[in-house]
Design a protein around this ligand. Sequence first.
Ligand code: NAP
Length: 284
Amino acid sequence: MSTTKIGWIGLGTMGIPMSQQLISAGYPVTVYNRSKDKEATLKKQGADTAATPAALFQQTDVMIIMVTDDNAINEIFTGKEGLLSAGVNGKIIINMSTVSPSISKEMAALCKEQGNRYLDAPVSGSVKQAETAQLVIMAGGDAAIFEQVKPVLDKMSKMATHVGDVGAGNVAKLAINTLLSIHTQGLAEAVLLAKQNGIEAATLMELLNNGALASPYMKIKGDAILADNYKAAFSLKNIAKDLRLSKDIGLSTPIGEAALKTFGAAEHEFGNDDLIAVKKYLDK
Ligand code: NAP
């Protein structure tokens, strides 16, 4: 059992199963979530809770953050009871949220001033991969710090790789999620085109799943369409957020631009659904 004390901020769709992996691996885990009701599940499994990010930071060695976006990161670091108000040093912060490379650079510099270290380490994979410790983690920051925390990351993933300086993990993640949005919209468009011409979605998916385009992702999202199940594993508003971040770092190519436009428009009505709800938006 490891003695590294883990602090965990963010108990959303991903944060809960990811932090559960660390509890199962025997780490002492203390959690903080803005909405307190979400802490109950983790408490039952043996996690402690902290009242504020600052209080949590004071009592842990490695702080892991899994929250929505740049705004959330700003609040958690620089808010009144945020991490930077804790007045501690010698700690490692791993930000696993999908955020901009620029906020990672900003927060890494602030951490360094206080004698703490920051890694950006976003993840590829969704709830199922989080529940089975099969995520893929891409980290940016000091390589030696990455090696130090790799045993912790290994408990949540099938692959954890250092990809460059601070922000490099965020860049890799945004590239991957741009492709994810394109795959998702492409699948929705293919299903709709087939349907308009008399081929049922079930028939098309059977063909797709047995052909050269078959992939675990096509299968999962095709099954969701067939079951009319749009409960968010990865919310549509979050892929729209990621496409805007990709735009901020230079996305200007034709398909990427089209995806940004589509998901940005679909977000108004279907933002809380899964991203494959883009099919419902395009069907209107
Ligand atoms: P989620 O279910 O919406 O959870 C978001 C978490 O962020 C919640 O714990 C929420 O707290 C917290 N939060 C949001 N704004 C905050 C603020 N201003 N201050 C403090 N906490 C705040 O999101 P998720 O699906 O777990 O995703 C988390 C991150 O992982 C996102 O960056 C997402 O893009 C990325 N990601 C998601 C998936 C996926 O499949 N879901 C896959 C890979 C990466 P409350 O409970 O108080 O709202």
